[in-house]
Each structure stands twice: as C-alpha cells, then as structure tokens.
Design a protein around this ligand. Sequence first.
Ligand code: GTP
Ligand code: MG
Length: 205
Amino acid sequence: MKIKTADFVVSNTNVEKCPQDKIPEYAFIGRSNVGKSSLINMLMERKDLAKTSGKPGKTQLINHFKINNEWFLVDLPGYGYAQVSKTKRKKFQGYITDYFKKREQLVCAFVLVDSRHDPQKIDLEFMQFLGENQIPFGIVFTKVDKLPSSKLNKQITSYKRKVLEYWESLPVNFLTSSSNKHGREELLNFIDSVNKDVADDFNQK
Ligand code: GTP
Ligand code: MG
C-alpha cells in the first residue's frame, strides 16, 4: 500500500469523543516503551507524527491518525508501566478498556511485544481480553534489529509455542523494526487486505 497522506486528527481520553468517521481502524497496544509510536512513524515514513521517547510512559492519550483519508491508525498509552502513580494507571486502564470495548470502527488490534523478551503475563492477559471481546488481533514483534537472527528465530519460535498453549491457532504475526523498516511492507499489505475485506460492511454503515 502506498501512503499518500497521514494526518494527526485528535487526542483524547474518551472513546465517545473519538472521530465519528465510519472507516476501518487499527490500534497499536502493548507495554510502555515497546515501540508503538515508533512503529507508526516507521509505517508512515514520518519522523515525528507520533511522539516517541526513550523513557516509558510517553503516550498518554488515545491518538487518532487518518491515513490516505481511508482508515485510522490509533496510538495508545502503554499498559503495565510501573512508574506512573496507581491512580494514573487506573485512569489509563479505564479509558483503554473502554476504547476497546466500545469502538465500533476497530477492525484489528495489534499487540506489540518486544522480540527480545519472553512472553509476559500482562500481554497474554491482554490477548485474552481481546478474545473475550471478539476483537481480532495480531501480534507484532518489535525491535528485531536488536537481536542476531539465530537468537531471534529461537525467541520467536518459543513465543509462538507459548501463545499456542492459550489459542487454538496462531494469530497473524509480524516481525518488525522501526530502525531498519523490517516488516513494513508485510504489515501495510495486511492492513490493505483487511481494508478490502471489510469495505462492504463499512459502505453499508
Ligand atoms: P509509550 O508511549 O511510552 O507507551 O512507548 P511506545 O511503545 O510508544 O515506545 P516508543 O515508540 O516511544 O519507543 C520507545 C523507545 O524504543 C525509543 O527510544 C525508540 O527509539 C526505541 N525503539 C522503538 N522501536 C525500535 C526498533 O524497532 N528498534 C530499536 N533499536 N529501537 C526502537
Ligand atoms: Mg508511545
């Protein structure tokens, strides 16, 4: 898919106030610092479209970006960030959960996991939550540039094995790097194919 336009639309903490356009939407979720915002910039080939930081906890709002005037990409705050206060964390969790439960345009969530790490309880639980709410999701392994390929393969294989303990079949998954653009075409092609699959549903809305 060719990216012609990528525009920031709005940030907020309330799913009811998200843009009303009836177009397919994709959300990036995962632990803080996993690389959600960086991946958005990489996909869009824009340096500062989404705000990134070396310190976890950068993204604190639901951020909508409109792509090619045809679909939305959503950057969300990370979950499982211990350094923010308990009250703040609860507030994040509240509006993130609400967003996933109520956002009708959402056609696929991408759960980002750091390719260097073993499966984390919080990620597996979040996938469970998506499943319980009938939200299709894929797994995006991030920062693959940080591992030598033999180690990477081993890590990914064991990650997939763990996921299969919980799921009958493996969710669609991608290996990505925001540093060297690995996985960009695959991820964009996938989004393109989903956009085509759901086009009829959206035209009827
Ligand atoms: P929060 O908004 O805090 O939840 O974090 P985030 O998931 O949006 O992470 P962000 O994109 O801000 O990136 C966190 C850090 O990881 C930054 O220092 C990035 O430069 C770095 N990073 C992200 N993706 C990659 C990658 O693919 N490769 C490498 N080497 N570094 C990456
Ligand atoms: Mg971010």
